[in-house]
Design a protein around this ligand. Structure first.
Ligand SMILES: Nc1nc2c(ncn2[C@@H]2O[C@H](COP(=O)(O)OP(=O)(O)OP(=O)(O)O)[C@@H](O)[C@H]2O)c(=O)[nH]1
Length: 447
């Protein structure tokens, strides 16, 4: 479990000592890594800080658990705390025999309309009689989009007319329900590009009139830090009862869910996992905890590495792998197959790569230019490249400072990757590797 962060911590903590209890110094060192992992997963800074403080308190003086070493013990503590913070067990919204009326709220583009359709499909599958209400009068196409989804699911839809008052909507809904009994009404409310007072008032008025039994905020996992503000504001204005996190199939590591959950304290009921109607799953805190910690699809990576000819990787100790080597290796590693795909399997890697990064000749030339603008000393020890030098190197190689930052980060992560690949490739691969197939590893992607 948690091999990448686990290995990192293991290395650090092995250097610190082998006491049977976690010392304050050990915990402090480990927590720096943990905080980095949280920030990389786009957890809000304040939330990450509080979280780390909470875990530190629990960890100091804690016995090193059973067969685990100090690093693994810390990661386990962090993981358990993450699971707890994310809600522990998977939770479901309240449903009674009748009179269930749910509000779907959120920013435009968060996936509100899509999630409304997905919920209709999910609960119809459980034998519920669902009615959808298209109340998103903000985006002209939203009501039609919901109608199309409703048709696909096979449930009726009530469309709110432009300029209709909440009272009129209530009356029409009652009429509809009298003629055609439904035990679950899901209302797709007006989206907003950002938090907007007038629209918030409109939403609040509709809520007062329709009295939803659940008010679910749809949060886009890709929004990262912004999730905290969005969740906070919506909760203050329309009192949320739960959350739905969409686009968990993307590159985001799920930090948004931790931020949104921490600030509202409301359960996360569902995770959106594709654009399709079936792409909705109950939210499993343990899976997301693993993903936030950046464990990626480690098993997938190992399988690929074992199939590849990795002789080139054995030239150096990973710790000595410098930027010049990076350039050489970048070309050799391409033999492993589509490098982009492979890199996505590495925790944090997809975020570290420059936007739209694909390994083609042009990219290699850019990296070549960046590395060539560095001194031999800098190439060997990139840590000495400070802000001023980054600017100059960027200017000298025709790229931005962000590109330099990303390159340096990628280099660090490649070193990590090489450590893993070395461990798990070549004759004897797999021997001594402590990698049981975990049922709760994050779902593998791209395979
Ligand atoms: N990959 C992926 N895409 C999703 C998911 N949920 C929604 N989307 C996509 O996100 C985009 C926006 O979704 P919508 O449902 O239209 O967004 P909305 O929040 O209803 O937007 P408004 O109606 O404008 O407020 C669409 O292209 C969806 O297909 C998901 O879980 N995974």
């Amino acid at each position: 479990m948690f091999e990448s962060l686990g290995n990192k911590l293991q290395d650090i903590l092995d250097r610190v000592g082998r006491e049977s209890k976690l010392t304050e110094a050990q915990v402090k060192t480990a927590m720096r890594e943990i905080r980095m992992a949280l920030l990389e997963a786009d957890v809000n800074f304040g939330v990450a800080k509080e979280f780390v403080a909470r875990v530190s308190e629990k960890a100091v003086g804690q016995e090193v658990m059973g067969s685990l070493n100090a690093g693994q013990t810390v990661v386990k503590l962090v993981h358990d705390e993450l699971v707890e913070t994310l809600g522990g067990q998977a939770a479901q919204p309240t449903l009674t025999n009748e009179g269930n009326l749910w509000f779907m709220v959120g920013l435009q583009g968060a996936g509100k309309t899509t999630s409304t359709g997905k919920l209709a499909a999910f609960y119809k599958g459980k034998g519920r009689r669902v009615l959808l209400v298209a109340a998103d009068t903000q985006r002209p196409a939203a009501r039609d989009q919901l109608e199309v989804l409703a048709k696909q699911v096979g449930v009726p839809v009530l469309k709110v007319a432009d300029g209709e008052t909440p009272q009129e909507t209530r009356r029409r809904l009652d009429e509809h329900l009298r003629a055609d009994f439904r035990d679950l009404v899901i209302v797709d409310t007006a989206g907003r590009l950002q938090i907007d007072e007038a629209l918030m008032d409109q939403l609040s008025d509709l809520q007062t009139e329709l009295k939803p039994t659940e008010t679910l905020l749809v949060v886009d996992a890709m929004t990262g830090q912004e999730a905290l503000n969005v969740a906070q504001t919506f909760d203050a204005r329309v009192k949320l009862s739960g959350l739905v996190i969409t686009k968990m199939d993307g590159d985001a590591r799920g930090g948004a869910s931790l931020s949104a959950r921490s600030v509202t304290g409301k359960p996360i009921y569902f995770a959106g996992t594709s654009e399709k109607l079936a792409g909705l799953e109950p939210f499993y805190p343990d899976r997301v905890a693993g993903r936030i910690l950046g464990m990626g699809d480690v098993m997938g990576l190992i399988e690929r590495a074992q199939q590849a000819d990795l002789k080139a990787m054995e030239v150096k100790k990973p710790g000595d792998f410098d930027l010049e080597d990076l350039l050489t290796q970048l070309r050799q590693i391409r033999k492993m197959g589509p490098l982009g795909d492979l890199m996505k399997l590495i925790p944090g890697m997809s975020r570290a790569l420059p936007e739209g990064f694909t390994v083609d000749e042009k990219q290699i030339q850019r990296i070549d230019a960046m590395i060539s603008s560095m001194t031999a000393k800098e190439r060997h020890n990139p840590k000495i490249i400070d802000g001023r030098r980054r600017k100059r190197i960027a200017a000298g190689s025709g790229v931005t400072v962000q590109d330099i930052n990303k390159l340096l980060k990628m280099h660090e992560q490649m070193k990590e990757m090489m450590k893993m690949l070395q461990k798990f490739s070549g004759p004897g691969a797999g021997r001594g590797m402590k990698l049981p197939r975990q049922p709760n590893l994050p779902p593998s992607r791209g395979r």
